[in-house]
Design a protein around this ligand. Structure first.
Ligand SMILES: Cc1cc2nc3c(=O)[nH]c(=O)nc-3n(C[C@H](O)[C@H](O)[C@H](O)COP(=O)(O)OP(=O)(O)OC[C@H]3O[C@@H](n4cnc5c(N)ncnc54)[C@H](O)[C@@H]3O)c2cc1C
Length: 427
């Protein structure tokens, strides 16, 4: 049994790993380069306003996330909007998550016969086989063989690429349909419209704080290297305020994105290449609060069209129409992500106001750039993952958790953390 496990990163994956280790009576130390918990799902308070700057919504269907909420006695949840409005042919068209096409004539008319039938077939197939679809094996391998020889853009009618398929691509990986592969969309749509979505009252950081409770976290300490000698973990090189330190360690869980992990050690070429095939697309989030409702007329959430700098914008909570989360994602957004905050805000508000004019005064705002991006996986992903996990298994004492293994949601991160702990203890 390992005495102490050293974990890189205090996002949901790293905190989850520490928690699952603690359940087995095993101590851990988490190294977190920033000063805060939660990584890309952080909640940040500034001048009395709480901004949730990344992941925050969860599904009633998620086993691990909901089990932890019960364990921590976290109650009080806000329902999320049940529908999206999509910009199609320059108009806002409603897509109800549950009804999708059944009876949704207005959407069907915008998509045309071919688009409507294709979408229906795709959704029906993914939902019908949801229980057989996962990130590792079984049906997903057949789906990959059949579809992943070209990106989603090569498979669907133009009306879908401008609307629902772009919506899935943007939500799934901040990607355009030409940058994402059908198997990944299918994993996403297999859960689309199932269960209810909520956010935690008081903010997602309540969840992180509960996970972090009693754990040993070294904030402001960046892991520079994971040291491996003769196929075994030997230690970590950590850089903090006092300089660089080498820490002896025989068990390490990396809980950072794949593009960070691959820089922490010299990997065999096959594992390195597998990491490099996993795509991440950057985005920015603008959280803005106005003194009047922005969302109205039954609209809670808008998906924008190709060429727009906006991917998706939502009311922060269903009952908070004056709080907007603008996400700048997709190809056009990537060209401007490094622009100053005020320019991003002005461009986002202007674009948004073309469809739903903002009449209120902005009273608080926070811009967060996620330049490391969100994970859009890879074509033939189950093969990539097999190579990755097979290679890691050759290194004694090393495990990986993160958004690139079991889905890029908080549930996926917890799942990856649980599996990383199980594999580490089984060795
Ligand atoms: C805008 C946005 C909206 C999202 N919405 C949702 C949502 O509503 N629901 C949902 O479930 N998911 C959502 N997600 C996805 C979800 O937030 C992520 O999948 C999840 O937070 C990833 O967690 P992680 O721990 O794997 O990685 P991260 O959150 O990236 O955590 C990694 C941590 O490691 C630290 N770190 C990095 N390098 C080092 C190093 N060398 N040494 C030490 N520490 C290091 C980082 O600072 C970070 O804290 C969203 C993501 C974004 C960006």
């Amino acid at each position: 049994m390992k005495k102490t496990v050293h974990i890189v990163g205090a996002g949901v994956s790293g905190l989850g790993a520490a928690h699952y280790l603690a359940q087995q009576g095993i101590d851990s130390v988490i190294y977190e380069t920033s000063g805060q918990l939660g990584g890309r799902a952080a909640g940040v308070e500034e001048e009395g306003t709480l901004f949730e700057v990344g992941g925050k919504n969860f599904s009633s269907q998620w086993l691990r996330f909901n089990a932890l909420l019960r364990e921590f006695d976290i109650t009080g949840f806000d329902p999320q909007h049940p529908d999206f409005h999509i910009v199609l042919n320059d108009r806002l068209v409603k897509l109800d998550k549950r009804r999708t096409l059944s009876g949704d004539l207005r959407l069907a008319m915008q998509l045309g016969v071919r688009g409507s039938l294709q979408l229906k077939r795709f959704l029906d197939y993914s939902r019908k086989h949801a229980h057989e679809l996962n990130h590792s094996q079984g049906l997903i391998q057949q789906v990959e063989e059949r579809w992943d020889y070209k990106p989603a853009a090569g498979h669907f009618a133009p009306s879908l690429l401008a609307g629902p398929i772009r919506m899935f691509s943007i939500i799934m990986g901040a990607a355009e349909p030409e940058e994402i592969f059908p198997s990944q969309l299918m994993l996403f749509t297999s859960g689309f419209g199932k269960g209810e979505h909520f956010a935690i009252q008081g903010g997602i950081q309540r969840f992180h704080q509960a996970l972090a409770n009693g754990k040993h976290i070294r904030f402001g300490e960046r892991v520079e290297r994971i040291l491996i000698e003769q196929g075994k973990v030997k230690g970590l090189v950590v850089k903090g305020a006092k300089g660089e330190e080498t820490i002896m360690a025989d068990a390490v869980i990396s809980a950072v994105p794949a593009h960070v992990f691959k820089r922490l050690l010299t990997l065999p070429i096959a594992i390195r290449e597998a990491c490099e095939r996993i795509r991440y697309y950057p985005l920015a989030m603008i959280n803005a609060l106005y003194d009047k409702p922005v969302f109205r007329d039954g609209i809670n959430s808008i998906m924008f069209n190709p060429g727009s700098i906006l991917g998706h914008c939502s009311a922060n909570r269903q009952y908070q129409p004056e709080q907007v989360r603008f996400t700048l994602s997709g190809i056009a957004a990537r060209q401007i992500l490094q622009f100053p905050d005020d320019i991003l805000i002005e461009r986002a508000e202007r674009e948004f106001s073309r469809y739903l004019p903002i009449s209120g005064r902005r009273v608080a705002v926070k811009v967060t750039r996620h330049m490391g991006g969100i994970c859009a996986y890879a074509p033939y992903f189950s093969r990539v993952k097999h190579i990755l996990l097979g290679g890691i298994a050759e290194i004694d004492g090393l495990e990986i958790a993160g958004d690139y293994l079991e889905g890029h949601t908080m549930e996926g991160c917890l799942h990856s953390a649980e599996l990383a702990v199980q594999r580490l203890l089984a060795r």
